[in-house]
Design a protein around this ligand. Structure first.
Ligand SMILES: Nc1ncnc2c1ncn2[C@@H]1O[C@H](COP(=O)(O)OP(=O)(O)OP(=O)(O)O)[C@@H](O)[C@H]1O
Length: 368
């Protein structure tokens, strides 16, 4: 089921003074898994609740919500064929796992309700998919948080919704279980081919799970793109900074040289103030400066855990610390240690004028 939002806005408070969502459009394709990502208060939950029909959008502008060809703007939540999963497992505590999953089917009006044989088959199939068949007779209190959330997933899918909406579904769980549940969701999604929208403020979760991510801030959509495109080509400074660590290089450009205290870097930019951004993996380190890059730094912390070594750098010319990630081989070659004085070499940097983002490969490394 595709979802089409057109001119959807939401204001709260007396006289609608507080804007939760600016008028926005959004198109979600059939079968997509979409992450709504943004800081607290950016409007993710409001948007999800409006798609669900738990919240009405503003009347002015008069927006529209279509599920496929069907205009559901005025339709009650129970008629939208939606499944929900929330952060706090809303399982019925006095019912077994089996009964929790079967519940939505057993309370359907008699004429629509599947036969009891079919209900049984459907519930077993779902429990099998989330590998909880053996625990069908248990009560929620006898399950771990991750298992409870798998029951929630199975329960929300029992009614074969066209659209599955999830609000911070794994927020209350520890990192390892979250990881596992993401795989469950992705797997169920691909196998059953419904359309899903989930809310998260966790960028890693959004990037790992989504086909496309909707990045929000302040009630607006900043960018909608695949995880790869978001990371490679962020539309603006907000998206760049929200999606990962960012090092700032602020200074003044004169005749193709950016200067900041005793640091300087050749840049092909017009004269004037600049604030360039660099990802940690775009900062290389060496024992000598280059003709085109003289950025003296001191190592203040080293964390050699994981696939790469994270190195924190400070300098008088820097208002805040920089983070560089280097390969273990380079870490050993440079025999890095705390207090060591080195030179940072930007491999690449990014520049945002709000309309025209640009990434530049640095001449510093090439020039040698
Ligand atoms: N029922 C409400 N009444 C008044 N203001 C509300 C209501 N619900 C949300 N808001 C406001 O609307 C804005 C968007 O809230 P929303 O819950 O959609 O953000 P969010 O991105 O989901 O945040 P979080 O990650 O913290 O849940 C916030 O400023 C919030 O205070």
């Amino acid at each position: 089921m595709s979802i089409h939002l057109e001119n959807i806005a939401k204001h709260y408070g007396r006289g609608g003074r507080h804007q939760a969502l600016a008028p926005l459009d959004l198109d979600i394709q059939q079968g997509e898994l979409i992450g709504l990502l943004g800081p607290s208060g950016s409007g993710k939950t409001t948007l999800l609740r409006i798609i669900a029909g738990l919240e009405a959008p503003d009347h002015k502008p008069a927006g529209r919500i279509l599920f496929g060809e069907r205009d559901v703007t005025q339709l009650h939540v129970r008629d939208r064929r939606i499944g929900f999963v929330f952060q706090h497992y809303a399982l019925f505590r006095h019912m077994t796992v089996y009964d929790n999953v079967a519940f939505g089917l057993t309370v359907m009006p008699r004429r629509q309700r599947p036969s009891s044989g079919e209900i049984r088959a459907r519930v077993h199939r779902l429990l099998e998919m989330v590998q909880l068949e053996k625990l069908a007779g248990r009560y929620p209190a006898q399950l771990s948080g991750g298992q409870q959330q798998r029951v929630s997933l199975a329960r929300s899918l029992a009614l074969r919704p066209d659209v599955l909406l999830l609000d911070e579904p794994f927020g209350a769980l520890d990192a390892k279980v979250r990881q596992e549940l993401r795989r469950w969701l992705r797997h169920l999604h691909d196998e059953l081919n419904f359309t899903s929208v989930f809310v998260t403020h966790d960028q890693e979760e959004a990037l790992e799970l989504s086909d496309r991510v909707v990045v929000m801030s302040d009630g607006r959509i900043e960018q909608i793109d695949t995880p790869e495109a978001l990371y490679r080509a962020p539309a603006n400074r907000f998206v760049f900074k929200f999606l990962g660590d960012a090092n700032h290089l602020e200074g003044e450009v004169r005749d193709g040289v950016l200067t900041c205290g005793d640091a300087r870097l050749d840049v092909d930019l017009p004269d004037g103030p600049e604030d360039l951004l660099l990802r940690p993996h775009e900062v290389a380190l060496d024992t000598a400066p280059r003709e085109s890059a003289h950025l003296p730094v001191t190592v203040t912390a080293i964390s050699p855990v994981g696939a790469e070594v994270r190195v924190e750098l400070a300098a008088d010319w820097l208002p805040g610390p920089w983070l560089a990630t280097v390969r273990h081989a380079d870490f050993e070659r440079l025999t890095l240690s705390r207090g060591q004085r080195l030179f940072a070499l930007p491999r690449r940097w990014h520049r945002f004028e709000d309309s025209a983002p640009a990434a530049h490969d640095s001449a510093a490394l090439l020039a040698g």
